[in-house]
Design a protein around this ligand. Structure first.
Ligand code: NAP
Length: 280
């Protein structure tokens, strides 16, 4: 008897902007898997019932995006270590009928840098800009990579303080008003704020204060070359854009739901860049 097609989803509210269907459907076709991956718009009030219905609906699992990541964190029966450290769940799957939640954003961030600039792991000091939801995943990835001097700067200082406290002694707060000082001697600079997105303003950082072998990366990927990355590139610094994080974070989920560990290829990247269109 033919095996039933496996089904997965991305749930958000709204969901129209998500590039996840493009990524997962590319892999389903690439690996010849009889499966489906569909976007689902789920209102916050309906989200717990949506998760509760997965097992009965024969769904293998899926991605969870804004605004459901914290609700998923609270609702799953079990979580992986990354989700516990980050405080949010972006991937769910069923294990013997039990709903498990994971977070693949830190993995995606690290895998992208491993792919593009593997020496990032040698950085002794990192400067992280921003203390929102995404910053938590970046701090977890940096800590897991063994970077012991992490400076965290955020426009709203109290948010940076709270986040730093939760991540232990390797993370200290740097002043948003004195970013250039904080950047001095940083081997890695990571923008996790929404600055750099079209119409959102930009980050001004004195690139000549960074060490010449510093790496500058931005998790904003629309546009691909953010003003921060352009300035760093012009100063001769190594740069890594944020699109690879989006592509790599999708890998563990696909493997859990469909049983094949997919590759992040230039073909996939080009497909998503084309979809970003003028914005990229
Ligand atoms: P969030 O929770 O809303 O946090 C936004 C951050 O940006 C906060 O630190 C906020 O500072 C800061 N910010 C916003 N406007 C600012 C301004 N005008 N001046 C200074 N700081 C400002 O958002 P998030 O979920 O962390 O996402 C942040 C960005 O990362 C988004 O652009 C998102 O698309 C991108 N992202 C990319 C990936 C990827 O796979 N590449 C994954 C996740 C997120 P305050 O605390 O002071 O408000």
């Amino acid at each position: 008897m033919a095996e039933t097609a496996r089904r997965a989803f991305v749930a958000g509210h709204p969901i129209g902007h998500s590039r996840s269907p493009l990524i997962h459907r590319h892999w389903l076709a690439r690996y010849g898997i009889d499966g489906a991956y569909d976007p689902v718009d789920v209102a916050p009030d309906d989200f717990p019932a949506f998760l509760d219905g997965l097992a009965a609906g024969g769904i293998a699992g899926g991605n969870v995006t804004i605004p459901h990541k914290e609700a998923a964190f609270r609702h799953v029966a079990r979580r992986d270590a990354a989700a516990d450290a980050i405080g949010a769940v972006n991937t769910v799957w069923l294990e013997d009928g039990t709903l498990v939640g994971g977070n693949t954003d830190a993995y995606g961030f690290a895998a992208n840098l491993d792919d593009r600039m593997p020496c990032w792991r040698e950085a002794e000091r990192a400067l992280v800009l921003g203390a929102g939801g995404a910053a938590r995943a970046i701090l977890h990835a940096l800590r897991e990579a063994g970077i012991t001097d992490i400076r965290l700067a955020n426009r709203t200082r109290t948010r940076a303080q709270e986040l730093a406290q939760g991540f232990g002694p390797n993370v200290s707060v740097a002043e948003w008003q004195a970013l250039d000082d904080a950047a001095a001697e940083a081997g890695l600079v990571v923008n996790t704020t929404s600055l750099g997105m079209k119409g959102e303003g930009r980050i001004d950082l004195a690139m000549d204060r960074l060490s010449p072998d510093a790496i500058v990366t931005d998790i904003v990927y629309v546009p691909l070359r953010t003003p921060l990355l352009c300035a760093a590139g012009q100063a001769g610094l190594a740069t890594v854009d944020g699109l690879g994080m989006l592509l790599h974070q999708a890998v563990p989920g696909f493997e859990k739901w469909f049983g094949v560990r997919p590759q992040v290829t230039e073909e996939l990247r080009a497909l998503v860049v084309a979809d970003l269109g003028e914005g990229a």
